[in-house]
Design a protein around this ligand. Sequence first.
Ligand code: FES
Length: 280
Amino acid sequence: MWNYTDTVHDHFLHPHNVGPLEGANAIGEVGSLTCGDALKLYLKISDAEIIEDASFETFGCASAIASSSILTDMIKGMSVDQASRVTNKDIVAALGGLPKQKMHCSVMGQEALEAAIRHWRGEPPVPHAHEDGKLVCKCFGITDAQIIRAITENGLKTVEEITNYTKAGGACGECLDEIAEILAAQLQQKVLVELKPKARLTNVQRMQKVLRIIDEEIRPRLALDGGDIELVDVDGPRVVVSLRGRCANCRSSEVTIRDLVQGLLREHVEPDILVVEAQA
Ligand code: FES
């Protein structure tokens, strides 16, 4: 029995935005029924490039339905540019977590969103190099390019994690050796990259990056709950912020600061960023 969060339960039992969307001008379709999961995402995008409406049809488990449902809630009101930066990690965070064996459901959401945006832009429908990559897992139709992407974007370190995120290797297991070779090559490359010393940002560069990530990544997410954020100071890796709106007096403001604000700044600016809340 999987251990699901209340949010996953809620979206599974009462999914939002289900069914085809009249007037949709962007459709992204990923997965296949033979692989056990399929998702079709519909978007209605305005002339101002805002996602005015979104809906989905899915064939899959509770996690696939919950991931699709919360994704449609998340992207409504976003610009296409903002939505193109939504990742499977954002979907998992919004659900309050997914069982590790179900991570591929969040990846499917991200891939459907990318496919829909590509459709709207008039680009080819396949964004994940299925065509360029070499087929590794015949059971689920997963290529080496998809496996490498899952490893690099999610920091995967074991074959089991790769199966959780892509399903590759989760049936007959014939591809497991090849997956292990791909993983070893990727981890080796990562070690080599990490050996190169990284140049530190100047304070001005750091502040500019922090402001950009707050504007583009953090503020839109807080706004979904009626909250806002203000940058108070940047002193080396120490970033002082003030939560506003409904986030200001929220009991979980500490979690918001640590998991959302600090997490995104560490991911996009510098890994040793420390975020603290300004004292009233
Ligand atoms: S070929 Fe990958 S699980 Fe069967």
